[in-house]
Design a protein around this ligand. Structure first.
Ligand SMILES: [Zn+2]
Length: 253
């Protein structure tokens, strides 16, 4: 391993520890829940099994290869490492994967409430949709097999009765997606306490999709949209102004 990669692996260990401190502080894991990984060339920094992720030290993390075999560290990898390997196999653009048990996401999943309706503009712009991945038996091959079907198109998955799976260019990107996903779940939860929740209209979604294309954001298929595919062109006159406003907002994030 060259010195540059050795330094990147060291940084990745610290970043994962920092991210899990935040995840634990927000209450999105309990005890030994959750796992994360960061891919650096053919090495993967991964959280081990059987340890409280909120109180880890950088040296607690292990390094595995692309087959999940330990190449550095004393501890064993999580049984869910296969889920991470499936993501890296399907998504060459992804460099980090984060799995947690966020409260509102799981509560909605238990109640049969999905997050794939087009309710909030920032979700359409960033995720397209947040799909619910059908329940699979933990620790079995069912989990990576099902995840493999969904990760090609989406960065944030709600694993039914289980938790979240988010991914990105680095572990903080994956964390930000978890934060946004759980925030959306909490908003949906609170809104539904007050009554029925309405989807964005087809025209509103069409405008957002126009913005997605104008900004060069990934054009994700919408899972539960009132628009039929192929009928998504906006008739609005103010797209340029809308794109300008969204660009200005994104630049402030
Ligand atoms: Zn889990």
């Amino acid at each position: 391993m060259n010195q540059v990669n050795a330094a990147r692996l060291r940084d990745a260990r610290q970043d994962v520890v920092e991210v899990f401190r935040r995840v634990h502080a927000r209450g999105w894991i309990a005890a030994t829940d959750g796992n994360a990984s960061v891919l650096i060339d053919d090495h993967i920094v991964a959280t081990p099994t059987g340890i409280h992720k909120g109180y880890m030290q950088p040296n607690d993390l292990i390094i595995v290869d692309r087959h999940g075999r330990v190449v550095e560290g004393e501890r064993r990898p999580s049984s869910e490492i296969e889920m991470h390997l499936a993501v890296y196999e399907q998504r060459p653009d992804v460099r980090a994967v984060l799995h947690a048990h966020p409260t509102h996401c799981i509560a909605l999943s238990l109640a049969g409430v999905r997050l794939d309706a087009c309710l909030l503009p920032e979700v359409v712009l960033t995720f397209g949709s947040i799909p619910t991945v059908p329940y699979t038996t933990p620790t079995t091959q069912e989990v990576p097999d099902e995840v493999r079907r969904w990760v090609r198109d989406y960065d944030a998955l709600l694993l039914e009765r289980h938790g979240s799976l988010t991914m990105g260019a680095d572990i903080f990107d994956a964390y930000n997606k978890l934060e946004r996903m759980e925030h959306v779940a909490e908003i949906v939860f609170r809104a539904r306490l007050m009554g029925p929740v309405q989807s964005l209209t087809c025209e509103q979604i069409s405008k957002l999709q126009h913005v997605v294309r104008a900004l060069g954001l990934p054009d994700r298929p919408l899972l539960d949209s009132p628009c039929s595919r192929g009928n998504n062109e906006s008739s609005g006159q103010d797209i340029d102004a809308l794109v300008h406003r969204v660009k200005a907002q994104l630049s402030r994030i």
